[in-house]
Design a protein around this ligand. Structure first.
Ligand code: MTE
Length: 327
């Protein structure tokens, strides 16, 4: 039996711009496209352009239809996870300024390119050194593990940052469920990889696709490490990693792998996409640390998107009490 855990939406604190902005955001989902194609009777309709402009980008008309998994959101907020010193990022910025290289290296183009990316049905295979692995449907995971909303800082290695409410469940619940064997020391993650709908893959054939990442077992088991299926109280948009991604808030954003299809428990440190590509710049550990500059720029401060406000970067992105003991 499927549990539908639909809970009442509560508007967050007053500085949250943004429910109305959020509702004005572009949706380029499969269902939107299908309905527009049906309505036009031809294969031509894409964005109809209502004139909303973000960072020079002309955005398509808003669609208000349900997206896949919408019955699962919003979920209850866990007030233990807040970022009192920062305002929430405007949802339009958080969903139109994306790093998702499978689609494009142009941040503001990603949200316009994801419309053909099918995210339902979706399964995640959990395998390797565990006693109870298997292949799980996303909705099975939403049913098995209580979901909650948490506001986290999110810091990209490129020195920009945002503050957003993610909805999901701690990864340790899934790991406990699959029951790691004693020799499992690491966890590896693999993203979806479909060049037919992801133009960025063939544009960079030398990149080590599929996108893959990894954590030490103690990092994966930390309470902060979240499997995320929702953003701003709704299913996470494709451009942000639908239907399920990882969020590791004390590490640079590239550790937070999107659209996960496989998780494997291993007995050694797994390779990662960015460490393979540029080992000197993107080490496996990748903790946010203002005292360790990137080889090509400082990591002492970060820019809050959108705009140019700079704030000081915090050790472990401000999560030292929760994770400092790991290092
Ligand atoms: N996951 C995949 N599969 N592909 C990517 O290109 N980019 C990473 C990370 N996860 C990336 C990915 C980087 S560099 C960052 S900063 C974050 O996703 C960006 O997440 P956002 O677009 O939701 O802000």
């Amino acid at each position: 039996m499927k549990l539908r855990k639909k809970r009442r939406w509560e508007l967050p604190e007053s500085q949250v711009t943004s429910r109305s902005d959020w509702e004005k955001r572009p949706r380029s989902g499969l269902y939107t496209r299908r309905r527009m194609l049906a309505a036009s009777g031809a294969g031509l309709a894409l964005s109809s352009g209502c004139g909303l402009s973000v960072e020079g980008l002309e955005l398509g008309q808003v669609d208000t239809a349900d997206t896949p998994y919408s019955g699962w959101f919003p979920v209850e907020r866990n007030e233990d996870y807040q970022v009192p010193e920062r305002s929430l990022t405007n949802p339009i910025s958080a969903t139109t300024y994306n790093n998702y290289y499978e689609f494009s290296t142009n941040k503001t183009a990603v949200s316009q390119l994801v419309g053909d990316f099918e995210i339902e049905p979706w399964t995640i295979e959990v395998s390797g050194l565990c006693n109870n692995g298997g292949t799980f449907g996303v909705e099975d995971l939403f049913t098995l593990f209580d979901m909650e909303e948490r506001i986290y800082r999110f810091r990209c290695v490129e020195a920009w940052a945002m503050t957003v409410p993610w909805s999901g469940f701690p990864l340790h619940r899934l790991l406990e469920y699959v029951d790691p064997t004693a020799d499992a020391t690491h966890v590896s993650f693999v993203s979806a990889n479909d060049p037919v709908v992801m133009p960025g893959v063939d544009q960079r054939p030398s990149y080590p696709w599929p996108y893959h990442e990894g954590l030490r077992m103690d990092e994966a088991m930390n309470e902060l490490t979240l499997m995320v299926g929702g953003l701003f109280g709704e299913p996470i948009p494709r451009q942000n990693g639908a239907p399920l991604r990882l969020i590791v808030p004390w590490k640079y954003g590239y550790k937070s792998i999107k659209s996960i299809v496989r998780i494997e428990l291993t007995a050694s440190q797994p390779e990662t996409f960015w460490s393979t590509l540029v080992p000197d710049e993107y080490p496996f550990e990748s903790n946010v640390d203002p005292s360790v500059p990137h080889p090509r720029w400082s990591q002492a401060t970060e820019r809050l998107i959108p705009g140019s406000e700079e704030v000081e970067t915090l050790l472990y992105n401000g999560y030292e009490p929760e994770v400092g003991h790991l290092y």
